[in-house]
Design a protein around this ligand. Structure first.
Ligand SMILES: *[C@@H]1O[C@H](CO)[C@@H](O)[C@H](O)[C@H]1NC(C)=O
Length: 216
C-alpha cells in the first residue's frame, strides 16, 4: 500500500514537472527556412541541417540606436525568429528598446512570452496589471542595471522618466512572443469593433469611442 502511494506520488510529481517544464525542441535545432514553399510545421519548416551556417544563429545590429522620432518617442528592435531563423523552436528571443525623453512603450501584452527586462541606460518606470478580479497594478522605477520581469500575457508598459535617452534589453520566453498593443487592438482593428460595443464596454458616449478610433 505504502509502495503504491509512493508510486502515485512519483507519478503526480512527474506530471507536474512535465506540465511546468519548457517543451523540448525535439532536435538540436530547426533553423527556420524563410525561403521554403508551402509545407509548414509550427508555421515554419526547418532548413536542411547540412546547409546550416553560423549566420543562421547570429544577428548583428543591437548596438544601433532605434529611431524614436514618432508619437510615442520609442523604438523597438526585435530579434525574434523573423530576424534570427536559428531561434526557431527554442522558446527564446530578445529585443532592444530605445526611449527618447519621456518616451513610452504603451500598454501591451505578449500572448506567448514572459519578458525579463534590463535597463542599460537611464531611468524607466515600468508596470503590469494582474488579471481579474484583482487588477492590481505592480509598478516600479528602474535605474541602470535594474532588472524587472513581466509575467506572460499580462498588460504592461514602460515609460522614460526623464529628458535623456533610455535603453533597455529584454529576453522573452518565445521565439515568436507576439505583441498585442491594447489601444491598437481595441480602437484600431482593421475591421473596427462597433462603437456600440466599445461605448458599453468603456461606459462612455459613442463620440468618445469614435474620436479614439480615429486616432488608430
Ligand atoms: C527617423 O524617423 C523619422 C520619421 O519616420 C524620419 O523622418 C527620419 O528620417 C528618421 N531618422 C533616421 C536617422 O532614420
Amino acid at each position: 500500500m505504502a509502495k503504491q502511494f509512493l508510486m502515485f506520488g512519483l507519478f503526480a510529481l512527474t506530471c507536474s514537472l512535465a506540465l511546468t517544464s519548457h517543451p523540448s525542441p525535439l532536435q538540436d535545432f530547426c533553423v527556420a527556412n524563410t525561403n521554403a514553399g508551402q509545407v509548414l510545421v509550427n508555421r515554419l519548416v526547418c532548413k536542411d541541417p547540412k546547409l546550416v551556417q553560423a549566420n543562421d544563429f547570429s544577428f548583428a545590429g543591437l548596438h544601433n540606436f532605434g529611431n524614436t522620432s514618432n508619437k510615442l518617442g520609442s523604438a523597438v528592435t526585435p530579434v525574434t525568429v523573423a530576424q534570427l531563423p536559428g531561434l526557431n523552436t527554442f522558446g527564446i528571443s530578445t529585443v532592444r528598446i530605445d526611449y527618447a525623453g519621456w518616451g513610452l512603450i504603451p500598454p501591451h501584452l505578449h500572448p506567448r512570452a514572459t519578458e525579463i527586462l534590463t535597463v542599460l541606460e537611464g531611468t524607466l518606470h515600468v508596470g503590469f496589471v494582474t488579471s481579474n478580479p484583482e487588477n492590481h497594478l505592480i509598478s516600479k522605477v528602474l535605474h541602470k542595471g535594474d532588472v524587472f520581469v513581466f509575467p506572460m500575457g499580462l498588460i504592461h508598459f514602460q515609460q522614460n522618466l526623464g529628458n535623456g535617452n533610455v535603453v533597455s534589453i529584454s529576453a522573452l520566453s518565445s521565439q515568436n512572443p507576439g505583441i498585442v498593443t491594447i489601444a491598437n487592438s481595441v480602437f484600431g482593428s482593421k475591421e473596427p469593433i462597433s462603437d456600440d460595443i466599445l461605448a458599453k464596454a468603456f461606459q462612455v458616449e459613442k463620440t468618445v469611442i469614435d474620436s479614439l478610433q480615429a486616432q488608430f
